[in-house]
Write a protein that binds this ligand. Structure first.
Ligand SMILES: CC(C)(COP(=O)(O)OP(=O)(O)OC[C@H]1O[C@@H](n2cnc3c(N)ncnc32)[C@H](O)[C@@H]1O)[C@@H](O)C(=O)NCCC(=O)NCCS
Ligand SMILES: Nc1ncnc2c1ncn2[C@@H]1O[C@H](COP(=O)(O)OP(=O)(O)OP(=O)(O)O)[C@@H](O)[C@H]1O
Length: 211
């Protein structure tokens, strides 16, 4: 006798972490994979959402850092907090202890929704993948977007006008390129590439994952 399952059995989606240092181009590359048909879960975007006015991190941030770190609209004052945490490792740890569990829960929920929707590839855009063991646990593979530090600095300066010193202070808190590459299953070297070249690479990677 044969039995028919009540629901079709869907294969589990492949979970690909995409990471890279500030300004490496990881969010650009992750968005290109989304355009090829992957589901995209963006940890930076979730971290911003939980620190918006009324967000679940705001009360703890006010209690821990004081009302000076909350702006007139009730959101995290990002400029003030950036200046604090990238100069004070203890403050960065305290901020992460508030924000990361909320981001972790939201990522798990978003991944469950994407899996339920039958997505074959879920891309997790996670800046701090190699800095903390928290993020890698549920991933099948890690793709690192790598480039020279000079390129990171130039891109971030062009994007938001931070000084080179400020950008290098952020980079100093992040994993080195060597540590990141050592954790990679795949490396995309994003230097001397046009955005169109990067898109071609994204299409190749997506095709390799069956999209
Ligand atoms: C310090 C904050 C307020 C600065 O905000 P800002 O708008 O300038 O930057 P944004 O959030 O867009 O992040 C830009 C990039 O900075 C780097 N960065 C952000 N947080 C961290 C961190 N905790 N450690 C090292 N680098 C970081 C990453 O490369 C990230 O992609 C903000 O980054 C923050 O709240 N960080 C703590 C939460 C966090 O760790 N987010 C990372 C994803 S979970
Ligand atoms: N190959 C490229 N050619 C031209 N511009 C690029 C290239 N790669 C990335 N960029 C640009 O560099 C900037 C940084 O890229 P992106 O935001 O993807 O970096 P990121 O690694 O996600 O940085 P962050 O950690 O700050 O979020 C963006 O303005 C993006 O358009």
């Amino acid at each position: 006798m044969t039995t028919t399952p009540a629901r079709p059995i869907c294969p589990r989606p492949l979970r690909l972490g995409v990471t890279g240092g500030i300004g490496s181009g990881k969010s650009t590359f992750a968005a290109m994979l989304r355009d090829c048909g992957a589901a995209l879960i963006d940890a930076d975007a979730i971290a911003r959402a939980v620190t918006e006015a009324g967000g679940p991190a705001i009360a703890d941030i006010r209690d821990t850092f004081g009302a000076d770190y909350i702006d007139a609209q009730g959101a995290l004052d990002r400029v003030r907090m950036r200046a604090l945490v990238f100069a004070d490792a203890g403050a960065k740890e305290r901020l992460e202890a508030i924000v990361h569990p909320l981001v972790g829960n939201a990522i798990a929920q978003a991944a469950a929704v994407a899996a339920q929707a039958g997505q074959r590839l879920i891309v997790f855009d996670i800046p701090l993948l190699t800095e903390s063991p928290r993020w890698a646990r549920q991933l099948d593979a890690v793709l690192v977007v790598d480039c020279r530090e000079e390129s990171q600095v130039a891109r971030v300066q062009a994007r938001n006008g931070l000084t080179e010193d400020a950008i290098r202070a952020i980079m100093a808190t992040q994993s080195s390129r060597a540590v990141r590459r050592a954790a990679a299953d795949f490396v995309v070297y994003n230097d001397a590439l046009t955005l169109s070249d990067l898109q071609t690479k994204a299409r190749q990677v997506a095709a390799g994952f069956g999209l």
